[in-house]
Design a protein around this ligand. Structure first.
Ligand SMILES: O=C(O)c1cc(C(=O)O)c2c(n1)C(=O)C(=O)c1cc(C(=O)O)[nH]c1-2
Length: 243
């Protein structure tokens, strides 16, 4: 039987899941910031990660439609604008294309989604389906990986600028705003789950949602590792021109 945790105990359990399972621990992340990847491998990562970026606002729009209060909808609307932009400012998806473009990939090819690994499609689509089908509490909890993203993003930016001469601050423009957006997102989501997970069952649901999301992010890197480091590129997937 699961016992009822205090809100702070719940937070500690969530942070322990992140410390163990977040994709910061993945060997491909380490290889990336240590400068061990080829340009072709970085291209494959950026190309596949584009699909995650492009689906995030669809995931948030799916949740937005189910949210019962103005306060919650306003919070989630902001997330959609962060990614899609507004009439006055470009959003995260457009900034991600600066990265793929800077790495030598055509926008048209990237946005066509041709060349994605099947595992990328399956994993990202599973995240959108989770948020569509599960409780609002679980859906909000599944965004809590953002508690840990500023650390991985900082590490990645610093390592990539230092180790890959063809990568500039401008190419990495996507990441800088995330360093302030992610803490805003995750503070809201953490406060929400601490307040609304009031039974042992709800708390287990929250913990399970974070584990599920960590597994999605881990799977994205595992699939890239298998295809582009181990060399088992599935038929139809992107084949780098440069080694
Ligand atoms: O660079 C990363 O490692 C990373 C991780 C995550 C995450 O932990 O889910 C997100 C992002 N970036 C990101 O850029 C982003 O916009 C984002 C939105 C979400 C979400 O679940 O709603 N996660 C993430």
């Amino acid at each position: 039987m699961n016992t009822l945790l205090s809100p702070d105990e719940l937070e500690a359990r969530l942070r322990a899941i992140g410390a163990e399972r977040y994709h910061r621990q993945h060997p491909l992340h380490k290889a990336m910031y240590e400068g061990k990847l080829t340009k072709g491998q970085l291209q494959a990562w950026a190309l596949n990660r584009y699909y995650y970026q492009a689906q995030i606002p669809r995931k948030d729009a799916t949740l937005l439609a189910r949210l019962p209060t103005t306060e919650l909808r306003r919070e989630w609307r902001r997330r959609i604008e962060d990614h899609d932009g507004t009439a006055d400012s470009s959003g995260g998806i457009a900034r991600w294309l600066k990265l793929t473009n800077g790495l030598g990939l055509d926008d048209e090819y990237v946005t066509s989604l041709k060349g994605l690994l099947p595992a990328t499609l399956f994993a990202v689509d599973a995240y959108v389906a989770f948020v569509r089908d599960r409780s609002i509490l679980a859906a909000i909890a599944s965004s809590l990986t953002e508690l840990f993203s500023p650390t991985i993003i900082g590490e990645r930016m610093e390592g990539m600028l230092r180790n890959y001469p063809y990568i500039s601050e401008d190419t990495l423009a996507y990441f800088k705003p995330r360093l302030t957006q992610a803490p805003q997102d995750s503070t809201f989501a953490l406060n929400y789950v601490k307040e609304h997970a009031r039974t042992p069952e709800q708390q287990q649901e929250v913990l399970g949602a974070l584990e599920f999301k960590c597994a999605i992010l881990w799977q994205l890197l595992d699939a890239l590792d298998h295809a582009y480091v181990e060399g088992h590129i599935p038929p139809g997937a992107f084949v780098p021109e440069t080694p």
